[in-house]
Design a protein around this ligand. Structure first.
Ligand SMILES: *[C@@H]1O[C@H](CO)[C@@H](O)[C@H](O)[C@H]1NC(C)=O
Ligand SMILES: *[C@@H]1O[C@H](CO)[C@@H](O)[C@H](O)[C@H]1NC(C)=O
Ligand SMILES: *[C@@H]1O[C@H](CO)[C@@H](O)[C@H](O)[C@H]1NC(C)=O
Ligand SMILES: *[C@@H]1O[C@H](CO)[C@@H](O)[C@H](O)[C@H]1NC(C)=O
Ligand SMILES: *[C@@H]1O[C@H](CO)[C@@H](O)[C@H](O)[C@H]1NC(C)=O
Ligand SMILES: *[C@@H]1O[C@H](CO)[C@@H](O)[C@H](O)[C@H]1NC(C)=O
Length: 468
């Protein structure tokens, strides 16, 4: 395994969450200094060593035919860092002058309350579209790698892999690096859902859930790519990422947490009490993707037609829902809580007739209900503890959702009734506005969920600086 102890990149010093704001309002100057002192642990000679290793160990690599890699790579690194530097400058300028700069026509201009800083986000998205290149490692075989479920609650795994690796044409193709040296970030294209599905079979006793097999697959994969290319070692994995919605995904680096501490994970299961680190990891939405379609039918009514104050239907998965049921199931016409709908009741129609949709965590923090609510124009009521909400370094969830901690479940009705009608109307408007950021499009479209996921990686990449 590569050696994880050397800190070979420089964290630009933005602490928890809200990276974009820290990026923008932090003290690093417009023409930032090279921060040389941080780079001492990775020197040019060590880069050259990696290059030699690359040339000798992987004769089949497409890189081995390239001209003198040592010189080329050095300038590649410098060029990549220079692009990121320009992006940071542009973002700071956009914030300062409250306007964007772009050579392309804008199909959408982010404005309004749903953003923590719409100017920063807009310019950051523009810069991402213009510059960001991602390399998805080619090593490994389907179905554990380069494949994933495309439907149901883990569907985002397969959709993301497929969009990043396979879509020709379409706006997302521009993110695909043609060779690793061109990339700013590196994707490990495995699907935790597929690994669990194909490798953990049959499950006959609780011992069969042991994560050792998952750890081994992941460790082996990193080992292979870190030996073959100098990229992992250059950054200690800080520009490498995975995306997974499976409950087990937070355990992926579990066998060597220290070694993988800089590795970026996009997780649905973003429980800050279970090792989710908002300044490195990022939260992605759990989306229940119907078969053969990318979204459920839109049955959202006007606010005036939404006669149900709050609605939930789902099984008693996990302790939070049990508490919810104990207070509200079948108890109150305003707070309609079901564990099973009866024949003739239509789930999406009910959501469409509700002002607020309760989104209690299930066995894990994430639930597809936030997105279902958002799709239908129902204001999500997030009932959880320790849940880091999707894309919250860009989006201000307080403007389009209500958060209720588990210990206040008994007060749901009071809390929701106390929200003034005009505030509700504003939240409803904001929900309708934020929908585009949760939409699954194939091919992907700017600002949709695919772009939001990539933007989360882009932001974290902007936050570090590799040595050159
Ligand atoms: C990365 O580091 C590990 C161990 O420190 C080493 O085995 C591997 O060969 C290195 N990779 C490259 C490409 O030099
Ligand atoms: C903002 O930038 C756009 C495009 O560069 C330009 O057309 C527009 O006039 C600018 N608006 C303001 C208020 O400066
Ligand atoms: C998790 O949530 C509980 C209950 O709100 C809180 O007491 C605890 O501090 C939280 N832990 C973290 C790591 O945020
Ligand atoms: C609201 O309800 C009225 C009466 O049922 C109906 O005519 C109208 O189409 C509904 N509005 C929407 C947007 O569905
Ligand atoms: C839920 O409702 C459906 C349809 O009414 C019924 O077929 C099913 O058996 C019910 N499930 C449970 C667990 O009650
Ligand atoms: C989040 O993690 C903590 C610590 O493991 C756990 O107690 C809690 O149940 C988790 N939250 C949910 C909703 O699963």
């Amino acid at each position: 395994m590569p050696n994880g102890s050397s800190k070979s990149y420089c964290l630009l010093g933005f602490p928890l969450g809200v990276l974009l704001l820290f990026l923008v309002f932090s003290s690093f100057p417009m023409n930032e200094s090279p921060h040389q002192q941080f780079f001492s642990s990775l020197t040019l000679p060590s880069l050259l060593d990696h290059t030699n290793a690359l040339q000798s160990s992987s004769s089949t690599s497409s890189l081995s035919n390239s001209p003198p890699v040592s010189i080329k790579k050095r300038s590649n690194l410098e060029r990549r860092e220079e692009e990121l530097r320009k992006a940071r400058v542009a973002i700071r300028r956009a914030v300062k002058f409250k306007n964007y700069t772009s050579n392309e026509d804008m199909t959408y201009i982010p404005t309004g309350q749903i953003y923590r800083n719409s100017f920063a986000f807009h310019q950051s998205h523009i810069e991402m579209m213009k510059r960001f290149k991602v390399w998805s490692y080619k090593e490994g075989d389907q179905p554990l790698v380069h494949d994933g479920p495309v439907n149901d609650i883990y569907g985002i795994e397969g959709q993301f892999i497929d969009e990043l690796e396979n879509v020709v044409g379409g706006p997302s193709a521009r993110f695909r690096a043609s060779q690793p040296e061109e990339a700013h970030a590196f994707f490990l294209p495995f699907s935790v859902a597929n690994i669990v599905h194909y490798v953990y079979k049959p499950i006959t006793s609780p011992a069969d859930f042991n994560r050792a097999r998952l750890h081994r697959i992941f460790n082996d994969y990193v080992d292979v790519v870190a030996r073959k290319y100098p990229l992992w070692n250059q950054s200690n994995g800080a520009d490498h990422f995975m995306v997974s919605c499976h409950d087990w995904a937070p355990d992926v680096p579990g066998s060597k947490p220290e070694f993988f501490k800089d590795f970026i994970r996009g997780l649905c299961n973003a429980n800050t009490s279970e090792g989710f680190k908002p300044n490195i990891d990022f939260s992605i939405p759990e989306i229940n993707i119907p078969k053969g379609k990318l979204k459920p039918p839109f049955m959202g009514q006007n606010p005036e037609n939404r006669t149900i104050l709050a609605f939930f239907a789902g099984r008693a998965h996990g302790y939070i829902r049990e508490i919810l049921f104990s207070y509200w199931k079948g108890k109150d016409n305003d707070i309609q809580v079901y564990d099973n709908l009866t024949k003739g009741q239509n789930y999406h129609e009910l959501i469409g007739h509700s002002k607020f949709c309760l989104c209690p965590s299930g066995y894990e923090v994430a639930s597809p209900r936030e997105v279902e609510a958002i799709y239908s124009g129902c204001v999500p009521v997030v009932i959880s503890d320790n849940y880091s909400l999707p894309f919250n370094d860009v989006l201000d969830w307080s403007k389009f959702s209500v958060e209720i901690p588990v210990k206040q479940i008994s007060e749901i009705k009071k809390i929701l009734q106390e929200i003034p009608h005009d505030k509700y109307l504003q939240m409803h408007k904001n929900v309708m506005k934020v929908r585009r950021h949760f939409m699954v499009n194939r091919p992907a479209q700017p600002f949709d969920v695919f772009h939001m996921i990539l933007h989360s990686v882009w932001l974290r990449r902007l936050n570090i600086k590799l040595p050159s």
